[in-house]
Ligand binder design. Structure first.
Ligand code: CAA
Length: 260
């Protein structure tokens, strides 16, 4: 499938999905959101792909937010539809049945930061700047930021970020718990690829079910969460990968997983 605003590359079981509107600092217009959902669904269905990396084209921006030019004259109903389009696109990342890593290579603001928050793990360049400038524009985050940020850093920190609209550097974001790791700019893709390789070497089905259990822990109570965990844990024993993983341990060799 051809994309106008995204570049999708696949190599050795790892896909890289790159936002590619550098003239607008990769801002998310409706066309890009629709493409993002299609690309997410496509990579989800691709059995060869075990890990997905999301990043931005160029040195300056991951994504500088939703497209302000497109939003400027929206009606209330159109605003709701635009937000829903963003939710659908980001759900394709959050619910993908394989890990998704954000490689934040520059500005990740507003909807751009919300894309990163929908990913499973965030590595950022030391030059990255993140935040929610929406309130400086007379709106508030609309692609999941009001929901996902608080779950990550707590209500008070999320409120401070969103109410002030301030942009913060990678170090402050890391200390707040918004990022997994800060990496020198020129090493970002090297480190993210090494992380993807490490995850790729593990049992794909077990990683997929672990993602499901962890994501659902945010909405299930402890009893329901543990019931899901026991069910998914049991399901692992229906796979060849579980037999291979444990046999390899006993035989003192490295396991080779096939995803079956
Ligand atoms: N939407 C549309 N165009 C954007 C954009 C955006 N979010 N961000 C940057 N651009 C465009 C600029 O208009 C500019 O285009 P022109 O060259 O045609 O004028 C080009 O990208 C380069 O940007 P700047 O000249 O502004 O670059 P800079 O280095 O001076 O500043 C920046 C960089 C601080 C990131 C600045 O561009 C900026 O503040 N961008 C907007 C950030 C923002 O407010 N994001 C939140 C949007 S709202 C949202 O995301 C809602 C939601 O939750 C759904």
């Amino acid at each position: 499938m051809e994309f106008k605003n995204l570049i999708v590359e696949k190599k050795d079981g790892i896909a890289t999905l790159k936002f590619n509107r550098p003239k607008a600092l990769n801002a998310l217009n409706s066309e890009t959101l629709i493409e993002l959902k299609a690309a997410g669904d496509m990579l989800n269905a691709d059995k060869e792909i075990r890990v997905v990396i999301v990043t931005g084209e160029g040195d300056k921006a991951f994504v500088a937010g939703a497209d302000i030019l497109e939003m400027k004259d929206l009606t209330a109903l159109e605003g709701m539809a635009f937000s829903a389009r963003g939710h659908q696109a980001l759900a394709a990342l959050e619910n993908m049945e394989k890990p998704v890593i954000a490689a934040v290579n520059g500005f990740a603001l507003g909807g751009g930061f919300e894309v990163a928050l929908a990913c499973d793990i965030i590595y950022a360049s030391d030059k990255a700047k993140v935040g929610f400038p929406e309130t400086t524009l007379g709106i508030h985050p609309g692609f999941g930021g009001t929901q996902r940020a608080a779950k990550l850093v707590g209500l008070a920190r999320a409120k401070e970020l969103i109410f002030t609209g301030k942009t913060i550097g990678a170090q402050e974001a890391y200390e707040m718990g918004l990022l997994n790791k800060i990496v020198p700019q020129d090493q970002l893709m090297v480190e993210v690829t090494a992380l993807a390789e490490k995850i790729k070497a593990n049992g794909p089905f077990s990683v997929r079910l672990a993602k499901e259990c962890i994501n659902k822990s945010l909405s299930l109570d402890n009893k329901e969460g543990l019931t899901l965990e026991a069910k998914d844990f049991g399901l692992c024993f229906a796979t060849k990968d579980q037999k291979e993983g444990m046999t390899a341990f006993v035989e003192k060799r490295k396991a080779t997983f096939t995803g079956e």
